[in-house]
Design a binder for this molecule. Structure first.
Ligand SMILES: C[S@@+](CC[C@H](N)C(=O)[O-])C[C@H]1O[C@@H](n2cnc3c(N)ncnc32)[C@H](O)[C@@H]1O
Ligand SMILES: [Zn+2]
Length: 279
């Protein structure tokens, strides 16, 4: 990370003018707004109190532990394949979590860079630490993004919230939005046992409806596998997502050890940026 590479992605969250280095660990705009860059090298450009909170350190620990077991490696490889076909020079991961997909998908090349964005400063810090060509940004996807217009070739969005209009603005013309969402069968055994929260039934249809004005669906890949998890892996899987709160209140008959054969199923969608918004 350098202040220069970090600033090249960004715009001021208050007046939307470009940010540039103004001190050892500061970025500022020409209006006079100024922001500290964290010692660890990432910047927090949240304005006001966000309505939601990002993942906690405990959830990120559980995510790290579960992902290290390798069950999501096929998904990581699928994400990498879609992204490498795009030959991006600038890659943005919105809701980057621990950076598991971003660091694997970042193509080689000194001038190829990525920006890991998340609401959780702990997530951004971990993502940045995982690769020396990743810059870090704490921001809320539901606010105007502090990212410059057309600054990005590919946006990666894995199990994280989306802002279609803002994604369209920050992607360059012809850029790609890669979205991964769980399929209806994903973890259905855990839901049946009361160990995981219900999820939106028609996620894929909803996705197309919410993105369609700005993006055209170009590719869709369905992935499904059965995983024979250890009890410890079930605990990490539950702990890394929204079900972590729910599981705490599940009855004694629903223990992670009682459900270990689990379906893992994803949709991987490639959406191409439309030249103009459809009316
Ligand atoms: C289910 S996790 C997925 C993390 C990562 N993409 C992965 O699959 O390993 C969702 C991530 O989105 C982040 N997030 C939630 N709400 C957000 C928001 N409003 N703006 C930005 N990030 C948000 C969370 O902090 C969390 O890291
Ligand atoms: Zn400003």
């Amino acid at each position: 990370m350098s202040l220069q590479t970090l600033s090249e992605w960004l715009r001021c969250p208050n007046c939307f003018l470009p940010l540039s280095p103004t001190g050892t660990l500061r970025l500022g705009c020409s209006t006079g707004h100024s922001f500290d860059v964290n010692k660890r090298g990432f910047i927090n450009l949240l304005t006001g109190a966000p309505k939601f909170i990002g993942d906690s350190a405990a959830m990120l620990d559980a995510r790290d532990t579960f992902l290290a077991a390798g069950w999501y490696e096929p998904l990581q490889a699928a994400v990498r394949a879609v992204i490498s076909a795009e030959h991006p020079r600038r890659l943005l991961d919105v809701g980057c979590g621990t950076g598991y997909y971003l660091r694997a998908a970042l193509p080689p090349g000194e001038d190829v860079r990525a920006l890991g964005m998340d609401l959780s400063p702990t997530a951004v810090s971990r993502t940045m630490r995982s690769h020396d060509r990743i810059d870090g940004l704490v921001a809320d996807v539901w606010s105007p993004l502090p990212v410059q217009d057309a600054a990005v070739d590919v946006i990666l969005n894995v199990f994280a919230p989306r802002n279609a209009a803002e994604f369209h603005r920050v992607l360059r013309p012809g850029g790609l939005l890669l979205v991964v969402v769980p399929r209806p069968t994903h973890l259905h055994e855990l839901r049946r046992a009361g160990l995981a929260v219900e999820m939106q039934a028609d996620k894929a249809a909803h996705l197309e409806a919410s993105l369609g004005a700005w993006f055209a669906l170009e590719s869709a890949q369905q992935m499904e596998q059965n995983a024979a998890l250890s009890a410890a892996e079930v605990v990490s899987l539950i702990g890394m997502g929204p079900s972590s709160h729910h599981a705490a209140s599940a009855g004694p008959e629903s223990t992670p050890a009682s459900v270990q054969d689990v379906t893992i199923a994803f949709d991987v969608f490639g959406f191409r940026r439309r030249a103009t918004e459809l009316c």
